[in-house]
Write a protein that binds this ligand. Structure first.
Ligand SMILES: C[S@@+](CC[C@H](N)C(=O)[O-])C[C@H]1O[C@@H](n2cnc3c(N)ncnc32)[C@H](O)[C@@H]1O
Length: 394
């Protein structure tokens, strides 16, 4: 950015006390925005601060969302720093987004007591996003929300907040529940330990809900884009043929069953271990002293929905961008994209995802997970009484 011409010489020096982190962040952002120096950047911030309100911040229903700063750009996408409400309500054209793929912060609920009030508060907090999502989505577009459940504080019972959110989105904002999915993380540790390992009155909570919503009942989609490998028994059937017959259930299994469709239709249970700890992103963060985002989803989650629900060239938006996994995957799959994130620290890490070759999504070979059948161990019930008080005491 060119240094603005001033009549008076700049002879005054002001010293500014910053932490090492603040300084690094400010220098990073000022360079990313093309300023020649920190001084130019600070002068610019001052100008923005004193500019007339209507130019500085956008308003919707009396609410302001602050400036959006474009901090990184590729051929296909952009990372913005700022509040995504600004993007959703003012930046992007209505009806222009094919897929919103996101994972909103659930910490809002986790930190609190997790009761009904918090669930209601979460829904209230979400309302302007819901409006914005509806505004920007194309009629055949999809909204995919990955959201983890929460335990009520001090109680072995669950918050309803993510179900309430789903009901609100459908009943008040007119979204359709195209299909709920569940992301099973086989690597998730048993938690909370008190209910699962100590009092033994609950089982491992190993899934996140993934609400796939749409503006109309017919969002564009094809499950042929996300096929899974056939099971060994299906491969055998395809090889050796199948005799058409009526199943005991009454289902007529015709000879169409033995047609090779290139793979099997996956279930709505997505088995994806969230174990990546040494990928390019982590290495970049460690090398540059950047905090690693603590709540990332694995690349395969956005990959599944992007392939399933969009075509190359379509626009994919992640309004809670975090470490920009969605952007990276969209870039690799040839989709246009935008990630919006409040935290400059997470954005600094996210930019690292675009330093190398983004074309290959690092996933390795397809993984096969098995879930062991419960009730498969012999138990002497007399020796293992149920917790008579439901685990109210240890
Ligand atoms: C669960 S994390 C998303 C993680 C991301 N999916 C990933 O894999 O890295 C939610 C993110 O939303 C960001 N966030 C919260 N409110 C926001 C807002 N109004 N605008 C933009 N980002 C926001 C938080 O800073 C946080 O990084």
């Amino acid at each position: 950015m060119v240094r603005p011409h001033v009549a008076e010489p700049r002879e005054n020096i002001a010293s500014l006390r910053l932490t090492a982190n603040e300084r690094e962040e400010m220098e990073f952002t000022s360079q990313a925005l093309g300023f020649k120096s920190l001084s130019d950047y600070i002068r610019h911030l001052h100008k923005v601060a004193v500019a007339p309100e209507k130019k500085r911040v956008a308003k919707l229903n009396g609410k302001t969302y602050g400036p959006l700063i474009e901090v990184h750009k590729t051929d296909l996408g952009k990372i913005y720093q700022g509040d995504s409400l600004e993007y959703l309500h003012h930046k992007v054209k209505p009806g222009s987004v094919n897929l919103i793929m996101t994972s909103p912060p659930f910490g809002l609920v986790r930190k609190k007591s997790y009761g009904n009030e918090d669930a209601a508060e979460y829904c209230e907090w979400f309302r302007p996003f819901a409006e914005g999502f509806h505004r920007v989505l194309k009629d055949d577009g999809s909204l995919v929300i990955d959201i983890g459940g929460a335990w009520k504080s001090g109680s072995p019972t669950r918050s309803l907040y993510h179900f309430k959110l789903l009901v609100m989105l459908c009943e008040e904002y007119g979204f359709h529940l195209a299909q709920e999915h569940y992301w099973w993380n086989p690597a998730k540790l048993p938690s909370p330990a008190e209910w699962v390992n100590v009092r033994r009155v609950r089982v491992k909570d190993a899934i996140n809900c993934v609400w796939w919503l749409s503006k109309t009942p017919f969002p564009k989609a094809s499950n042929k884009r996300v096929l899974a490998p056939y099971s060994d028994s299906m491969k055998g059937l395809l090889k050796n043929g199948y005799t058409a017959k009526l199943r005991p259930s009454g289902h007529d299994i015709s000879d169409k069953f033995s047609k090779d469709n290139g793979g099997s239709v996956p279930p709505n249970l997505l088995a994806i271990a969230n174990t990546e700890s040494n990928g390019v992103y982590q290495e970049y963060c460690r090398a540059n002293g950047i905090d690693i985002h603590p709540a990332r989803f694995p690349a395969l989650l956005p990959e599944y929905f992007i392939r399933f629900l969009t075509d190359p060239g379509d626009l994919v938006v992640d309004p809670f961008g975090g470490s920009c996994v969605t952007g990276m995957v969209a870039e690799a799959l040839g989709r246009k994209w935008a990630c919006i994130e409040l935290s400059s620290e997470y954005i600094r890490g996210g930019i690292g995802r675009f330093q190398g070759d983004v074309a290959a999504i690092g996933r390795g070979r397809p993984a096969l997970y098995s879930i062991n059948t419960p009730c498969s161990q012999p138990v002497d019930e007399a020796a293992v009484p149920l917790m008579a008080n439901g685990g109210a005491t240890r």
